[in-house]
Write a protein that binds this ligand. Structure first.
Ligand code: UDP
Ligand code: MG
Length: 338
């Protein structure tokens, strides 16, 4: 592993088996004013049940909420010394909010959990057990998803199928970002600074021993999902373009096949002209079809190339992934963005 992390996380390398180990819980928050207090209470209550020899810290990332979430989190973090707030300067999106939280986590294990109570905090205890038994990554697998639209369930299922058929890294189906990662994994993740992030794919790419715990995904405690269809499409295209070059290869293959077909048609049309010179209007529909089809395929391939070039363009700017406006909390020994 390289040591070129832009912001080396301050971390006690461990002085033996008896040392208290720290579990960090990272939770991104975007406009969750109606549910955040309930989430916090349930999370703290759960984490109090961690075994002896384990302590915890909670890191909330306020992802530019426009409601009262920021103020509520600030108060929670003042009242609870084990909680910190990373206040981002604007909305950077779920994946970058997670990244900001993980960057600031100091724990020997880092758990990422949504703040809308869809991922039950109690599962964390099971994840920690698996981690202590030797797993470096423990991801949650959703057995049921209560209260989510059919559309979401269907798109989610197809999304994982398509991603896995396109990508070299296999993603466990039905797992989201609810997962525990060992410090070894987190350190590698912190060195991966790509801008179009698909965190669960990156964790799968890192490898190490992985195991899963099953859980039922509850309906949202309050509020609504922030993932509109547009955001879902963008997320899916980020996931595909960051983990697979197969679409590019497919574009070449489609291009080659169609070129060959076009050659056959050209020969056929030419021969037809020579054999039957008076019948020139007959070819018009097939000509139009070929022109339109080719035009469509070309535009598709150009768009596809554009998607990859756009990514290169964004990466080449080398901007920080997120901007931290403020850190609230006592463990505040890092600030600023990487
Ligand atoms: N979230 C975020 N930034 C965003 C959108 C969402 O930090 O731009 C948080 C949100 O507060 C929640 C989690 O990410 O804790 C998952 O979002 P959501 O519940 O809307 O997604 P879904 O569960 O419907 O996939
Ligand atoms: Mg949710």
């Amino acid at each position: 592993m390289s040591s070129s992390s832009p912001e080396p996380v301050e971390h006690d390398p461990g002085t033996g088996g008896s040392r208290t180990q720290l579990v960090s819980v990272v939770s991104p928050v975007y406009c969750e004013e109606d549910g955040i207090e309930a989430f916090h209470a349930r999370l703290v209550e759960t984490l109090e049940h961690l075994d002896d020899g384990l302590s915890f810290e909670i890191i909330y990332v306020n992802d530019g909420s426009t409601d009262r979430s920021g103020a509520l989190l600030r108060k929670l973090c003042v009242d609870e010394p084990r909680a910190r707030l990373i206040d981002l300067s604007r909305n950077f999106g779920h994946q970058l909010a997670i990244t900001a939280g993980v960057d600031h986590a100091l724990g020997d294990a880092v758990v990422v959990i949504d703040s809308d109570l869809q991922d039950p905090p109690e599962v964390i205890l099971e994840m920690v057990e698996r981690w202590r038994a030797g797993s470096k990554v423990v991801y949650g697998v959703r057995t049921h998803r209560v209260g989510e639209s059919r559309f979401k369930l269907l798109t989610a299922r197809w999304f994982y199928r398509i991603i896995n058929s396109l990508s070299d890294v296999q993603l466990p189906p039905d797992s989201g970002d609810f997962r525990l990662m060992d410090r070894a994994v987190v350190d590698v993740l912190c060195t991966m600074r790509e801008e179009n992030r698909y965190v669960r794919g990156m964790v799968a790419w890192i490898g190490f021993s992985q195991s899963s715990v099953e859980y039922e995904r509850d309906p949202r405690h309050a509020g609504e999902t922030k993932f509109t269809v547009r955001r879902m499409v963008r997320f899916a295209s980020d996931a595909i373009t960051s983990f697979s070059e197969k679409p590019l290869r497919m574009a070449t293959q489609i291009g080659t096949t169609i070129t060959l077909l076009a050659l056959v048609v050209i020969v056929w049309v030419t021969v037809g002209q020579i054999v039957n010179p008076d019948d020139s209007v007959r070819g018009w529909p097939s000509l139009m079809a070929a022109v339109l089809f080719l035009g469509g395929v070309q535009l598709l391939c150009v768009g596809l190339l554009g998607a990859y070039i756009g990514r290169i363009y964004r990466e080449s700017k080398g901007r920080p992934l997120y901007v931290v406006a403020e850190v609230v909390g006592t463990l505040d020994n890092q600030s600023g963005s990487p």
